[in-house]
Design a protein. Structure first.
Length: 334
């Protein structure tokens, strides 16, 4: 009687609802932690501050923790789906992508790859400037938003998304043991970058009114900071929900007995598939309410702006102007 050989190790497990929620939560925390890191790095410290060395060391430690914590949390969640994926390998891949992005930022204004960052900032500026006049006039709605120049911004998002997703997609493909998995993760990351980028820009147009370039929150009130963090967390959660779609569809045939029936995605049913596909949209619509609650205006004053932005009906310009044949002193006279 020959001894039975142990079964081969499982390289890919199904994505259940608890893991999906953990992944979306971690994705929402990524822009929050990056904002904290940028705020700590750009925090001004006076020369006569005491103890200045201790304050600088604390800010450096906070920025380092905020930079390293999100990849570690992502690795812990991904190991529930891909047990062979090492946390240190994932951390190395994310840091390598971050270094590539940092090199591009340092090369801003130069020819070649450094011009990519300048083109992206210019595309965001043109997009926000095109939405400025309708927003000031109170006529910005969904029809105006759809007519904005999204093309250059999306092209820049695809380019930067492909650059930062190349190494992590390779790591996920190697851990899953499938040749086509890397391409699937690569395409999912680019699609998620486009979706979250669109959501973030719409937030800046309608809810946040924040400048598109600065990422740090120094010099702002606490209500404005909480509002910015809530809106950026919503964009990050949209990124996580979009990338999870590819993992769910890829693992839908994995061991049915490895997870309880109530925890698995029912993608074989129309309702379960519709819930999976509409989850990013639901998250994108719920995030502004958290931003309004944390913002300086509150939900009562801020909710009408969200309703106007979602309306497809053409809005009328309610801005008050004076007739050309009257001066300001003539207003109110018969």
């Amino acid at each position: 009687m020959t001894p039975s050989q142990p079964p081969p190790p499982e390289r890919l497990r199904p994505l259940t609802w608890p893991i999906w929620l953990a992944w979306v939560l971690v994705a929402a925390l990524v822009p929050v932690f990056s904002t904290i890191a940028a705020t700590a790095i750009e925090k001004p410290v006076l020369p006569n501050a005491y103890p200045r060395a201790l304050i600088m060391a604390g800010l450096l430690a906070l920025s380092a923790f905020a930079t390293l914590a999100p990849p570690v949390m992502q690795g812990l969640v991904l190991r529930r789906v891909m047990p062979k994926l090492g946390i240190w390998l994932w951390l190395f891949c994310i840091l390598l992508s971050g270094i590539a992005w940092f090199v591009l930022v340092l090369g801003r204004g130069d020819h070649g790859a450094g011009a990519l960052i300048e083109a992206g900032l210019q595309a965001q500026f043109e997009l926000q400037r095109a939405a400025l006049m309708p927003r000031l006039a109170g006529t910005l709605n969904a029809s105006h938003i759809l007519g904005l120049p999204w093309g250059p911004f999306l092209l820049w998002t695809v380019a930067t998304g492909a650059l930062t997703a190349l190494v992590p997609a390779w790591a996920l493909g190697w851990a899953s043991g499938r040749q086509r998995t890397a391409l699937l993760f690569f395409a999912a990351a680019i699609a998620a970058a486009c979706a979250s980028g669109i959501v973030e820009q719409i937030y800046n147009m309608t809810a946040g009114h924040l400048p598109p370039n600065p990422w740090a929150l120094n010099g702002q009130s606490w209500t404005q900071r909480f509002q910015a963090l809530a809106l950026r967390a919503g964009a990050g959660a949209v990124w996580g929900a979009v990338t999870a779609i590819a993992v769910v569809l890829m693992t839908r045939r994995q061991g049915a007995a490895s997870a309880p029936n109530g925890w698995r995605f029912a993608t074989h049913r129309p309702a379960g598939l519709a819930l999976l596909l509409t989850a990013p949209l639901l998250i994108a619509l719920l995030a502004p309410f958290a931003g309004y609650l944390a913002g300086p205006r509150g939900l009562i004053a801020g909710a009408p702006e969200l309703r106007k932005a979602l309306s497809l009906a053409p809005s009328q310009d309610r801005s008050q102007t004076l007739p050309v044949n009257k001066s300001p002193d003539d207003v109110g006279r018969p």
